[in-house]
Design a protein. Sequence first.
Length: 381
Amino acid sequence: MNLPRADVGAHADRIWELALDLHGDPETAFDEHRAAERLCAELASFEVDRGVAGLPTAFTARHGDGRGPTAALLLEYDALPGLGHACGHNLIAAAGLGAALAVRDALPDPDGTLLVVGSPAEEGGGGKIVELAHGVFDGVDAALMFHPGAHDWAWAPLTAQVEITVTIHGRAAHPTGNPTDGVDALAALIQLFNTVAAIRPRLPAGSHVQGIISDGGVATNIVPERAEGRFGLRAITTAALDDLATQLAATARAVATATGTSAAITRSREPYEHFRNNTVLADRFAAHIANAGITLTEPAPGVFLGSSDIGNVSNTTPAIHPFVAIVDPELSDHTAEFAAAAASERGRTAMLAAAEALAATAVDVLTDPTFRDRAWTEFRR
């Protein structure tokens, strides 16, 4: 089949300029107002909807008649507090934008819809989870994005993740005046941390619990009546994460019983689910990006690269999340070195190659029903 060719080249300078603009003006989760404004201005030829899913910095942009197949390009643009674009989201946004413009050029009147999804707060808050709940991804046949990284990997070994707050309630007292009347909430919380430390070595590969004390009392001469700990949990699958969260809650309640306190367990937000790769889509993206001289491989066994709200999308519709290296393997994202690379010539090269491959994959989704069917068949299986 002769498919239209999506060419990012005509937009290369403009999208790189935008990537640098975002890099030089970082905004954190749910506060990406200027980034959203810039991106929507570049998508003015699309049907743009601002503030989707009740999120002021979220948006969608549509090209097509709204019928037939739908390919979605996902844009992230939030930065890290203190580190700026140390996860390279400026490159994700620019690549998705470049791909969208190239698909529009290649398919001026598509038999289907290209959907550009501006998703805030990947680093904390999970904008895509909110958008899912509001139906933004309903009817999408393929959710497409890339991520800059330290490896050239065809897919992302992303684990499920959730943050749980444990609040211990005791009874205040003066530690010398009436010490027997006190019930030390902080001591109970410290006992919970010690118990978790004893459990941690037995957790399966890919699972961990890491916590901090976020409230330990108000004064040294008052037995703390309240103490709070925040725990970050990860596991290879969403089901394993649920099991780990249940184990932590049971441990907290057991410690509370043993210390005469009470424990309240809450989740600060919806969990990030594990990422579910669609190999039909991922293999096609890999074939396209190989034209730029980039060879994507399978991830290294036993290596897990954090968590993302793309996981929730990937459990709803076929999705890809390949990594394209902008630093050498001994380095990592969430570092000052990675932030610098996100504005480097190597970052530009990776971004343009990924944009071209994303555009070509989106064209395949919109024009090749057999390809779409194979992606859905794998997803349902």
